[in-house]
Design a protein around this ligand. Structure first.
Ligand SMILES: [Zn+2]
Ligand SMILES: [Zn+2]
Ligand SMILES: [Zn+2]
Length: 345
């Protein structure tokens, strides 16, 4: 038998210290990249440090859930692989092979450990942070500065609740200045979001498109802090009827762009599909208003609220689409059969 390696050991106090250091560094990087004239290359470093710090803090929590340090190690390090072995009698046994690895658990496993110990975290935010880090690795950081700023703001309440509720500590006490900066940034973000929302209420955004306005991002920096352009409001334009000229201004970077394509983009991204996987489209251009906002399954347009006159085939009850409307309430198959029947008659 191979000599057994001792199980790697972790030091919970060290884990906590590293977590806090990483978060402080992340906030410092963020401060250096977000101001005009700042260094955009720091954006990636900010997200990397924040993400790493949050995961370390989570691992620290897991390590402190059990009394025995050996149990803590078993929870934090990746367990040995379990492989099938013949039991020599036509059956199999599943046996762990080797020892615990020297690598520690990833996000998915942390999530499982949290479930086991009933630790609550807003995983949607953590997964967004992870996705942001992954795609930042491939993009020019300047194009995602606004997106990074959004994430730092969104991370704030997650971190606050976790430190207060799960660690029973005070975030201000353990993170110092970094915490004050996050707090200021978070408050700025919340205030600005609210002010943007109020301003849009004068712009007559089609009701069905409102959620997609919230999802719209600045094409230049990725921020969601978009306000209606003052010139569009002053001209008395509405998004609903003047989408060919209604503009939005990014509060984070000052870039101005037409708002309608950004909203339709956000909608289309949520409905993206891959025909190679046999997926069917769920969104198409509306025959009434021409915008790419017609939901096929809902049989209605998010932009102009157009609905279908005939929603299902009178004979087979199959649901109908925009293209079937000329068939007088029949699906294409039954419309064809009916026509053929009439001709033969
Ligand atoms: Zn921007
Ligand atoms: Zn429409
Ligand atoms: Zn039919």
């Amino acid at each position: 038998m191979a000599p057994q390696r001792p199980m790697p050991r972790l030091d919970a106090a060290k884990l906590r210290e590293n977590a806090l250091t990483s978060i402080r560094l992340g906030v410092e990087d963020f401060e250096r990249c977000r101001h005009p004239g700042g260094d955009p290359a720091r954006a990636l470093s900010a997200i990397r440090n924040l993400f790493a710090g949050v995961l370390l803090l989570f691992k620290y929590k897991i390590a402190t859930c059990v009394d025995d340090p050996a149990d803590a190690d078993a929870l934090i390090f990746n367990p040995p692989e379990v492989l099938p072995h013949s039991d020599g009698d036509g059956g199999i046994e599943w046996v762990p092979v080797g020892k615990f690895k020297s690598t520690t658990i990833d996000v998915v496993t942390i999530q499982k450990r949290f479930e086991a110990f009933e630790i609550d975290v807003d995983w949607a935010v953590i997964e967004k942070l992870q996705a942001c880090r992954n795609h930042l690795e491939h993009l020019h950081p300047a194009h995602t500065l606004g997106e990074v700023a959004d994430f730092v703001a969104e991370l704030f309440p997650v971190l606050r609740d976790f430190i207060q509720t799960e660690l029973e500590e005070s975030p201000a006490a353990i993170l110092g200045d970094a915490w004050q900066l996050m707090l200021l940034h978070h408050n700025f973000f919340v205030d600005t979001t609210k002010r943007c929302e109020d301003a849009w209420s004068d712009a007559c955004v089609p009701e069905g498109m409102e959620p997609w306005l919230e999802e719209s991002k600045c094409p230049e920096c990725g921020s969601t802090l978009l306000a209606p352009a003052q010139e569009s409001l002053d001209a008395g334009d509405t998004v609903e009827h003047n989408d060919d000229r209604f503009k939005a201004t990014c509060i984070a970077c000052g870039y101005t762009a037409l708002i309608a394509p950004l909203m339709v983009d956000a909608l289309q991204q949520a409905h993206s599909y891959d025909p190679r996987d046999g997926d069917e489209p769920t969104l198409e251009d509306c025959n009434q208003c021409g915008r790419g906002a017609f939901l096929i399954h809902e049989q209605s347009c998010l932009w102009c609220s157009a609905e279908l006159e005939y929603t299902e085939c009178k004979i087979c009850e199959e649901s109908l689409g925009q293209d079937d409307q000329d068939n007088g309430g029949l699906c294409s198959y039954h419309a064809y059969s009916y026509e053929k029947f009439m001709r033969e008659d």
